[in-house]
Design a protein around this ligand. Sequence first.
Ligand SMILES: [Zn+2]
Length: 367
Amino acid sequence: MRKPGLIICLVSCVLASSGVYGGEALSKYPETVAVLQLLYADESKAMQSYWACAEQAHKEKQFNIESFYASLAISKSIRVEAIGVMLMDMEIAPVEPAESDIRVSSTKFNLKLLTNIQLPKLEKRYPILLEHIKPEGHAVAIQNISLAWKVDVQHRELAEEILSSLESFFGIGAKIPDAFYVCQGCGSTVVDVPDLTCPICEGPISDYVQADAKWRFNRAIEGNELLSDQEKAFAVRMYDYIYAAEHDQEEIELGAEAFKGQLYVRWGLGSPREFCLCEKIYVAGLEKMSQMWAGYNSIDADDLDEADKTFLKEMHDKYGDGPINLRREKGKVPAEVLKLLDMVEIVSGRTEFEDQDLIFLRALIGS
Ligand SMILES: [Zn+2]
């Protein structure tokens, strides 16, 4: 039999390249360790390749497929982490895969490749790997690899659905979901969040996070340690606003200096890379955005001048005591006013305006 022979060869290769051994675990679970190292490298490479495919889909303006690939990459990052933790628990350092070129083709071809490559892996490789490690009885590893198998089946099925949708009627009216959900426990990837528990790992459905075409921005902001949680949420709302209007925007070019300086360091998106139009619009607006944030947070509702107090009184006389929703105003709200309301909502994070929000609105009207 060729396949098991291949695995044994890979196993010894991985062991030979393993720098750090947890002596006890290695003598007790040699095959399990080798298979985990193998999968660790595989999943790491798959993660990088899916990120690259997401970027390719973005270039082709296939934003829904970009979301799909982002969800796969997030799922793979969860798998990589899980395998890493298992190895570390055995006091064995995971071996990072050697740098290799990530090659991507057109989005359609990438999808075809995904469905073709996955099939033999799903039908043959996982069963062989599991058979191989079962005699050693490492229950956690066996369960983890079984979950990975199920998750890969999901990935392939989703890819097939998207591909057939793209191919029917030459992709005209192709129905591809614009967001996917990934279980943070096991990497399960779905279009609709399950009702009760994760069908793969039986964890709570609150573990499911959304992956959409804004992943790149969200990831950068999430990793920005200079921002508080409120500031991150504000930046994400700002980006959502820019993103929603992307189709009306014209291409802009930013000079290298836009990515230097304190403002970019504070609110920016990390090391410069190939930014998409929405990200460039966000960076171009950083000065205004940070002024907005500072202005809003400098409002002290207990220390207002007479003009502000009068404004608040007029608003409450007209709309009542509680928080005020100005979008419910009867008649057509002019577009310029709607834009100001958008800004207040972005900075405050609410549509029912408190006094601080109303004062900020007044300042925007004044400016
Ligand atoms: Zn799960």
